[in-house]
Design a protein around this ligand. Structure first.
Ligand SMILES: Nc1ncnc2c1ncn2[C@@H]1O[C@H](COP(=O)(O)OP(=O)(O)O)[C@@H](O)[C@H]1O
Ligand SMILES: [Mg+2]
Length: 243
């Protein structure tokens, strides 16, 4: 279980994350939905201890990320799919991660197979397409067989086959009892995968509900999302509407 309580992060005068509180439960895909600039990536960086909050807390199984003994074995994350050494092969990249985190080396070939990169494992990761880079990032996230997965806009840049593959993977990981927290700015994408959605706008919580309940609020799921987020400063700025 992930618990955010009053989580706040400022960049200068911008409140990127504004007093956010929510829980993310195991055994389901939870969508983290919001327009561009609404604070999704910042929230995920706070969850992973990559940034320090100005207020509030976020815990994973009751502990802060930095207090986890073997973080990669508890939380797998895909934030920046290009976070690998371009000159290293996919296999060497994963082998280094495994060694640094006391993960058995047999996991390297297992996850390469799981993400469909087994035939490309000896190629330089720097030459990978965007889709292959996403798959390698996912392989790294899965390496420690973690119970919790944090995926920041994982379908971005994937072809239709890759999109379908990642949707099925997220659902099967949740069906195994894992916590899957996935961000998107597209309600249509979340409708395909998530049971539960946490909607934010301007860094604030707008809804914490099921996809079904959200859809029932308006003529369509799309309408419900637009009505929710049109109140946010980011949405107004992006659409140059009246303030
Ligand atoms: N490192 C940073 N420095 C300054 N502003 C930032 C930084 N990271 C994010 N922001 C700002 O914080 C807000 C939220 O950004 P972000 O978390 O990336 O949103 P999202 O992932 O939902 O698109 C935006 O206004 C963005 O410009
Ligand atoms: Mg983002």
């Amino acid at each position: 279980m992930i618990k955010a309580r009053g989580l706040t992060k400022r960049y200068g005068t911008v409140k990127a994350v504004d007093a956010l509180s929510f829980d993310v439960r195991p055994g389901a895909v939870t969508g983290f939905l919001g327009p561009n600039g609404s604070g999704k990536t910042t929230t995920m960086r706070l969850m992973l201890g990559l940034d320090r909050p100005d207020g509030g807390t976020v815990t994973i199984g009751g502990r802060r990320y930095r207090d986890l003994a073997w973080p990669l074995r508890e939380v797998g994350a895909l934030l920046d799919a290009r976070a690998f050494h371009p000159g290293r092969s996919a296999r060497a990249h994963l082998a280094a991660l495994a060694a640094a985190n006391s993960i058995p080396s047999r996991r390297v070939d297992e996850v390469l197979r799981q993400v469909g990169l087994d035939t490309a494992r000896d190629r330089r990761a720097g030459k990978f397409s965007l889709g292959m880079g996403q798959r390698l990032g996912l392989a790294a996230a899965l390496l420690g067989d973690p119970g919790i997965l944090l995926l920041d806009e994982p379908v971005n840049g994937l072809d239709p086959e890759g999109v379908r593959w990642i949707r099925d993977l997220m659902k099967s990981l949740a069906a195994e009892g894992r916590t899957v927290f996935v961000s998107s700015h597209l309600i249509s994408e979340m409708a395909q995968t998530a049971e539960h959605v946490i909607v934010i706008g301007g860094g604030r919580l707008l809804a914490d509900t099921t996809v079904g309940e959200l859809a029932a609020r308006s003529a369509s799921l799309e309408d419900a999302f637009l009505e929710l987020t049109s109140g946010s400063a980011e949405f107004r700025a992006a659409h140059r509407g009246p303030a």
